[in-house]
Write a protein of this length. Structure first.
Length: 204
C-alpha cells in the first residue's frame, strides 16, 4: 500500500472496530451468576441434655454456595422485580446438643449437608435489592453421640428465606441472607436450621 493511503486506511479500520469495542464494553451482564456465603450463625432449635457441659445449639461454621439464572427484569413501583432460579449447596457446621433417639435424648455432635433448588424474587431500587426465596432441598444429617454410636438420616423438605444485597458494580454484589433448611438427624430428631450468612456474588 502506498504511504499516502496508510493513514486514511488506518482511520477507516479504527472507525470500523471502535463501535464493536464500545458495544462489547457496554454489553449487559450475563443472566448467569454465582455466589457463596459464610454462615456466621446457624440456630438448630435443639434442646440440650441436662448437665451437658459443652452444649452449643448454634453452629458458627456453616455456609452455602449457589449458581443462578436471572429472567428478564420487570418494572415495578419505581424499581424493578428480578425473578431468578438457583441451585444451592448447603454445609452445616457442628452443633453440640441433645438429640432425640429411640433410647431417649442423647448428647452428641451433629452436622449436615444439602442440595436444593429455589426460586428467588428480588426487588431492586438503585444499588439495593431485597429478595425472598422458596424452594426444596435434599439434606443429610449426621450425629455422633458422645457415649458412642452415630445416626445418619436423609430428608426432603421446603426451604425458604429472605435476603438483602448491595451492588458494588454491574458484576459484584454483597449479600446478607437468612435461610431456613430442614434437617433430620435421627429417626426421632427433625429440626429446621436458621442460617444467617454474609457473602458475595458475581454476575458473569
Amino acid at each position: 500500500m502506498f504511504p499516502s493511503f496508510r493513514f486514511p486506511a488506518a482511520l477507516l479500520a479504527l472507525a470500523a472496530v471502535a463501535p464493536l469495542h464500545a458495544s462489547a464494553a457496554e454489553q449487559a451482564p450475563s443472566p448467569f451468576y454465582a455466589g457463596a456465603s459464610y454462615g456466621f450463625r446457624a440456630s438448630s432449635k435443639l434442646d440440650c441434655v441436662p448437665a451437658q457441659g459443652d452444649c452449643d445449639k448454634s453452629s458458627k461454621r456453616s455456609g452455602k454456595a449457589y449458581l443462578g439464572y436471572s429472567f428478564d427484569a420487570l418494572p415495578f413501583q419505581g424499581g424493578v422485580a428480578l425473578p431468578s432460579v438457583e441451585l444451592v449447596g448447603y454445609l452445616g457446621g457442628e452443633v453440640k446438643s441433645g438429640f432425640d433417639t429411640d433410647a431417649g435424648k442423647r448428647a452428641g455432635r451433629g452436622k449436615f449437608t444439602g442440595l436444593g433448588v429455589q426460586g428467588v424474587l428480588g426487588y431492586q431500587f438503585d444499588a439495593f435489592t431485597l429478595s425472598g426465596r422458596l424452594g426444596a432441598a435434599y439434606t443429610q444429617g449426621k450425629v455422633d453421640y458422645l457415649g458412642g454410636g452415630s445416626d445418619k438420616k436423609d430428608k426432603i423438605g421446603l426451604t425458604y428465606g429472605l435476603g438483602a444485597a448491595y451492588a458494588l458494580n454491574k458484576n459484584w454484589s454483597l449479600h446478607l441472607d437468612w435461610d431456613r433448611v430442614p434437617v433430620k438427624y435421627s429417626t426421632k430428631q427433625t429440626t429446621k436450621i436458621d442460617m444467617f450468612s454474609l457473602g458475595a456474588s458475581y454476575r458473569f
